[in-house]
Design a protein. Structure first.
Length: 626
């Protein structure tokens, strides 16, 4: 017989506690985190406030890939709308390709960028509302002085002409790859000047591009005209708006069929790859409310597509086009790639938020895995590894492409949240539990000497793989399955996503939403798991048998706290499980409790399922025979 006695976790408000415990860390872990004071932009419930605002940056870009010079030549008009209550006198721009320049922070740190004497972005024109702009170049960011102040609810037109040599080594999320017989693959990302985010929390978010922090950008509508050799296929962060101009009639017919087909349709086969010519074509893409724009182009792309039906927020059926482009050398591994896209789009749409754009594309070049809206760059050495990377990169279309996380400061809110949802997507795809995260990997990370808090900017992290991906991914699953339970967690989690879809949350907005919607005080969890690098070591101390049952003294030997998952096995073969609430540690690191039993206890165990991040399991067990 097996029964469970689940004691409720501490439920209640997060208001200030009047009297902090007088002893060291045991009680202070429960105190309120030092979060920003709620206001009309961001509320105490974790939802956007009634005055929430964000800037809008619409881009109209014309770009030409000059294959002879291996150069990108662009011209853009950015319509920048100031929705803030503030008057702006300057605008900060990202110039991310300058990361390869000798004077970038990354280069000056002596870190390899793959390029020698790289000249960066050559800006030949920058005008603000038709007036030549004054601007200062600080490598990966630039400060543009506005000729007249930009008032609230006003817009400004920023026109920029620029060019840069294509970095030839694949590094920093984009690349040029000439390893294929039918022509090189160009993958372009973080490639055009664009305004930094101005927000209510930091003002201008002008953190430089050093490498580990990915990007934090404005939502905007994009129209991008990409001119490439006429034999190329282009995949991009948008819907193709001029397919009748750039595709043959046959290709157009196939593309239309793919939009209605669950089965893969070959749009351009290996036999149909075209010879080089001096002709060019301009592919026009449109993307609505996306936070950046990337593209991939190659004469070697075999192009395949199908679509998948999802439900919109209003519950209507909607088909999403899923397309891949890859060189023939990858055929053995990429033959099922369209299926992977279909799975991930369907799974995340069903379980998180409906995919909001008309298509998703995936290219194979030297960059990747890397994620952009509607386009991911992926590589894999087997079907399984390609599926895993595809699912991860497509998952990023939710975090941070829909829920706009500041990746320069809070990488865990995109990589960690994405890793968390990937666990379930993989389980759904493979139909088993093999992909459950391994607690031991997380525990191993606790012993790394340079361990910092998860909520540390990624450029300050050495152990990013642990702290931005694995540990927060595991922590979210632990919070769901062990601390809150699926019902309470899922409602709060979906509230977080739906409240902040197409907006930009900070960690405090996440913490507050999770508490507000689940009704559970989680300050101790967020402090110990995300905000401070704490450790958990629960132990069984003294065990006394009495006529009424067994009295166990539990000890909390490290600085973090958790509920206590107890399993008692009796002489009559009954097994009894209990979850002691985390509040047993509210005023002491020692807790004594009597469990009424009808038979003598022969075994007492903590965390018998091995799902807690306990750094020392050797003290979790007591047996009558020992
Ligand atoms: Zn990722």
């Amino acid at each position: 017989m097996r029964y469970a006695c689940i004691l409720l976790l501490l439920i209640g408000c997060t208001s200030k506690r009047a009297n902090p415990p007088s002893f060291a860390h045991e009680g202070s872990v429960f105190l309120d985190l030092d979060l920003p004071t709620p206001n009309t932009f961001r509320t105490g419930s974790g939802a956007p406030g009634s005055d929430y605002w964000q800037q809008q940056a619409d881009h109209d870009i014309k770009v030409r890939l000059d294959v002879a010079l291996n150069e990108i030549v662009g011209s853009e008009v950015i319509q920048y709308k100031n929705n803030s209550p503030d008057t702006l006198t300057y605008i900060w721009l990202h110039l991310e390709q300058n990361v390869h320049r000798d004077d970038s922070i990354r280069s000056r740190e002596g870190r390899e960028t793959g390029e020698d004497q790289y000249e960066g972005i050559a800006i030949t024109r920058m005008e603000i509302d038709g007036v030549d702009a004054t601007w200062h170049d600080y490598a990966t960011v630039a400060k543009v002085l506005l000729p007249t102040p930009l008032k609230p609810n006003s817009s400004v037109k920023i026109a920029i002409d620029w060019s840069f040599a294509m970095p030839v080594k694949a590094s920093l999320r984009m690349g040029y790859d000439d390893a294929y017989e039918d022509g090189p693959v160009w993958e372009l990302a973080q490639w055009f000047p664009t305004p930094c985010v101005y927000d209510d929390v930091y003002g201008w978010n002008s953190l430089p591009y050093i490498g580990r922090g990915e990007f934090y950008t404005n939502f905007g509508n994009y129209k991008v005209a990409i001119t490439v050799p006429s034999n190329h296929v282009v995949l991009a962060s948008g819907a193709l708006a001029n397919s009748t101009v750039v595709l043959s009639q046959e290709e157009n017919t196939r593309l239309k069929s793919a939009m209605q087909s669950d089965e893969k349709i070959v749009i351009r086969s290996v036999e149909e790859l075209e010879e080089e010519s001096a002709q060019e074509k301009t592919w026009i893409f449109e993307g609505k409310q996306i936070r950046t724009f990337a593209w991939a182009s190659s004469a070697s792309f075999i192009w395949e597509a199908a679509s998948v039906e999802i439900k919109t927020l209003e519950g209507k059926a909607n088909r999403i086009l899923c397309q891949v482009g890859y060189p023939k050398e990858e055929s053995d591994i990429w033959d099922e790639a369209v299926t992977y896209l279909q799975h991930s789009i369907r799974y995340y749409s069903d379980t998180i938020y409906p995919y909001p754009w008309p298509q998703i594309s995936m290219s194979r070049g030297s960059a990747g895995g890397m994620e952009y809206p509607m386009l991911v760059f992926c590589r894999g050495s087997s079907h399984e590894s390609l599926f895993n990377v595809t699912d991860h990169e497509v998952g990023h279309n939710w975090f941070p492409m829909i829920v706009n996380t500041d990746e320069r400061r809070h990488a865990w809110m995109d990589e960690g949240f994405n890793t968390f949802v990937n666990h379930y997507s993989l389980e759904n795809f493979y139909g088993d539990r093999e992909h459950k995260p391994d607690v031991s990997k997380y525990i191993a990370s606790k012993f790394m000497r340079d361990l910092k808090a998860i909520n540390t900017p990624p450029d300050l992290l050495k152990s990013r793989r642990h702290l931005s991906y694995r540990k927060p991914g595991y922590g979210m699953r632990f919070l769901r399955e062990e601390i809150l339970g699926q019902e309470r967690f899922d409602e709060a989690w979906l509230d977080y996503v739906h409240r902040w879809a197409f907006k930009a949350p900070r960690p405090s907005d996440f913490y507050r939403t999770m508490e507000d919607s689940s009704g559970v005080d989680l300050q101790w969890f967020f402090r110990g798991f995300f905000e401070e690098p704490m450790q958990l070591d629960q132990a069984i101390g003294n065990v006394e048998q009495t006529d009424k049952g067994v009295t166990v003294t539990f000890r909390n030997l490290a600085d973090w706290v958790c509920p206590v998952d107890v399993t008692i096995t009796c002489l009559d073969s009954t097994i009894h499980t209990y979850t002691l609430p985390v509040t047993v540690w509210a005023w002491s690191s020692s807790h004594k409790q009597t469990f009424k039993l009808n038979s003598k206890a022969i075994k007492v165990q903590i965390d018998a399922r091995n799902v807690y991040p306990d750094i020392n399991n050797s003290n979790n067990f007591w047996s009558a025979s020992k």
